[in-house]
Design a binder for this molecule. Structure first.
Ligand SMILES: [Zn+2]
Length: 190
């Protein structure tokens, strides 16, 4: 969050990006966080958290959806290297979630593999459909990251780490307008 504040303020430090850092992590990595975010070209985690190499495991999929192969990659750090933090990061005006919302609302499947992203977003769509929202797509973005973080927190592999206090799974929302990351659920106690 300190790195994100530097990004918002235009006071980047570009940490961990020099040759010394490269050599320091060449033999072994010990990142402090896992980020699951969208493929959106405006949401690169390393930039918006002002990090460098060896700092983060980063997974990016359309609408930051996870499926078994992605979940395995998310679990890799916590299960093998003791990474203590997973952040599921959604963002404002997400094109993937907007397209999925329309596809589900109009019952018009998207072509080819895109529909698998739509299906992964169906639970979020169903949840927001139970209530009226002034901005249903934005509500779906927020609900989806909360659901995804909750699913990861309670899955058979990660739940024991969470229970021991060795892992936090956080949902968060990135504003394209301000650059600010807002934590929604799962923030570890300070
Ligand atoms: Zn997106």
């Amino acid at each position: 969050m300190e790195g994100n504040k530097r990004w918002v303020d235009g006071a980047l430090q570009h940490p961990d990006r020099d040759p010394e850092r490269r050599q320091f992590v060449a033999e072994e990595q010990k990142p402090y966080g896992v980020i699951v975010s969208c493929i959106d070209s405006r949401v690169p985690p390393e930039l918006l958290f002002d990090t460098g190499i060896g700092d983060l495991f980063v997974m990016r999929t359309g609408g930051q959806v996870v499926a078994p192969v992605v979940t395995g990659s998310v679990e890799y750090g916590p299960l093998t290297a003791g990474t203590p933090l997973i952040v599921v990061l959604g963002h404002q005006r997400c094109g993937a979630i907007k397209a999925a919302y329309s596809a589900l609302k109009d019952d018009k499947p998207l072509p080819g593999n895109l529909q698998s992203i739509v299906e992964a977003l169906r639970p979020a769509y169903q949840e927001i459909s139970r209530q009226k929202h002034t901005d249903p797509v934005d509500a779906m973005i927020r609900v989806h990251v909360k659901q995804t973080a909750a699913d990861l927190r309670s899955n058979a592999d990660l739940a024991p780490l969470v229970k021991k206090g060795d892992l936090a799974v956080v949902s968060a929302y990135y504003s394209l307008d301000t650059g600010r990351v807002e934590v929604l659920t799962g923030a570890p106690a300070a």
